[in-house]
Design a protein around this ligand. Structure first.
Ligand SMILES: Cc1ncc(COP(=O)(O)O)c(C=O)c1O
Length: 392
């Protein structure tokens, strides 16, 4: 598939070709752990990477490969690597750049488990991380040390929806010759293509918008061909975080409608954010599509739409936030995000539970913050649900 085609065409066609053996139009699920060789010499050549081919699914699989090719096209990257989960993608990418004695600079505003990986898991490997305020490029610059090997961030960030100017941060990383890694889960490539803006590597929890239906776990890393090959060889194969062919297939199928789901979800989210921002019981709304959001202008510049994640604080803090969560009828009280169903979650007690309270508050994740992942239901029904939930 020609990369010059527009996003919707690539979302449907890129990476997939009819099965040459049967003509099956949809990519088959190659539910096989191992692949046969015609001779001992061929087997050795495939294992030795002197000849292309499949040998063992932890090393590569045609269904997984279709997902990887599609994602490389959608993120405008050279190559991609699928992993068992978003956390496997994040840990693989980071371990591919950072080793004992090294240092990383990361935004403070991150998904809780990613923050935990940098703050508590990397030190086990003898590497340290400096966390910086998520929006000011000068803070990233000041934190760079002679042994820094990586800069890592999210935009929009989970769950406070901080926005970072990707082009400016990429210019800083380039000037210091540092790889820049972004978690693009909240935007998805339908809204934002960070590699085109100068980022080195994009990671995803494919469990979220890419899959879109809440039925498969997966992760994706997109970046330079050599680096992706190295991450596959040096990290995924040996640490073992490989995705199953069935989950790869579910995500592949989900991506066909990514742009359609995203358009509906973004429109719903805009309506809900505007509704919440004028509600007397709501203290504050984080949504980059609101003109009052500090990152609104940057989001407008680097995103095609403002996404479908919202967080907000109800007047009355934790107790009031819990009441809203207990009263909703259409939103599901469920972790995860990016599904067709609308979900509601309390980050301080779930996704950010592992982050120490002071660090969590410094990242803006207050005790009473409630996060919404807006789905594809009717916007009127969703605002109606929140209205009745806020009527206490
Ligand atoms: C922004 C972000 N990145 C990464 C992850 C981790 O993804 P997974 O649960 O697929 O490991 C999550 C999970 O919620 C997330 O919200």
């Amino acid at each position: 598939m020609n990369r010059s085609h527009l996003f919707p065409t690539l979302a449907v066609h890129a990476g997939e070709t009819p099965c040459p053996a049967t003509g099956a139009l949809d990519t088959p699920i190659y539910q096989s752990t191992t692949f046969v060789s015609s001779s001992a010499d061929e087997m050795a050549a495939v294992f030795g990477e002197q000849q292309p081919g499949y040998m063992y699914t932890r090393y590569g699989n045609p269904t997984i490969h279709a997902l990887e090719s599609k994602m490389a096209a959608l993120e405008a990257g050279e190559a991609a690597l699928a992993t068992a989960s978003g956390m496997a993608a994040i840990s693989t990418a980071v371990l591919g750049y950072v080793k004992t004695g090294d240092h990383a600079v990361a935004a403070r505003s991150l998904y809780g488990a990613a923050y935990d990986f940098f703050s508590r898991k990397l030190p086990r490997f003898g590497a340290q991380t400096s966390f910086v305020g998520a929006t000011r490029i000068e803070d990233f610059e000041r934190a760079v040390l002679p042994n820094t090997k990586l800069i890592y961030f999210e935009t929009p960030s989970n769950p406070v929806l901080d926005i970072i100017d990707i082009e400016r941060l990429a210019a800083l990383a380039r000037s210091r010759q540092l790889p820049l890694v972004v978690d693009n889960t909240f935007a998805s490539p339908a809204l934002q293509q960070p590699i085109s803006l100068g980022v080195t590597v994009v990671v995803h929890s494919a469990t979220k918008y890419l899959c879109g239906h809440g039925d498969a776990m997966g992760g994706i890393i997109v970046g330079p061909r050599d680096k992706i090959a190295e991450l596959n060889r040096e990290v995924v194969r040996d640490f073992g975080g490989v995705i199953s062919p069935f989950n790869a297939w579910l995500i592949l199928r989900g991506i066909h409608t990514l742009h359609l789901r995203m358009a509906a979800q973004c429109a719903n989210a805009q309506q809900i954010a505007e509704f919440l921002s004028t509600h007397p019981k709501v203290e504050r709304v984080n949504f980059p599509g609101l003109g009052s959001h500090p990152g609104h202008a940057i989001a407008r510049k680097q995103m095609k739409a403002f996404g479908a994640m919202i967080s907000f604080e109800v007047k009355g803090g934790l107790e009031a936030g819990k009441k809203v969560m207990d009263r909703v009828k259409i939103f599901s009280r469920a972790a995860s995000l990016g599904d067709t169903r609308s979900l509601i979650v309390h980050p301080a007690s779930t996704s950010h539970r592992a982050v120490p309270r002071q660090e969590r508050l410094a990242a803006g994740v207050s005790d009473g913050l409630v996060r919404l992942s807006v789905g594809v239901e009717a916007a009127e029904d969703l605002t109606g649900d929140l209205e009745q939930a806020l009527s206490f």
